[in-house]
Design a protein. Structure first.
Length: 107
């Protein structure tokens, strides 16, 4: 049996949205960001932190594949894309690519 590796890329993008007056405004912006990211890059996206803060949001992104370099580049392109489609300021990015597989047996 050959070696099978699965790479999982995760990225948390912290956004600061100056001037938001309500959580409804924040959700509206985040929903547009998540929808556009999903459509453009075929990655999973969800709000993962700071849910009750009007002007700060954390968006979690996940993608899987068999090429570490591709996934790393994809996540970097997603971050650049987010920076270009929203008036929110990117305050932080945490990107990680992990490997699963090898000798493990998947059922």
């Amino acid at each position: 049996m050959g070696e099978h590796n699965i790479f999982v890329a995760t990225c948390i993008v912290t956004l600061v949205m100056h001037g938001n007056r309500s959580l409804k405004d924040k959700r509206s912006i985040l929903n547009r960001v998540k929808t556009r990211v999903r459509n453009e890059f075929n990655v999973s996206a969800a709000e993962v932190g700071d849910a009750d803060r009007r002007q700060v949001a954390q968006v979690g992104l996940v993608s899987i594949g068999n090429d570490r370099a591709y996934l790393d580049g994809q996540m970097r392109r997603v971050v650049d894309f987010i920076a270009g489609i929203t008036h929110a300021e990117i305050a932080g990015v945490h990107l990680n690519v992990e490997i699963y597989g090898g000798d493990d047996v998947f059922l």
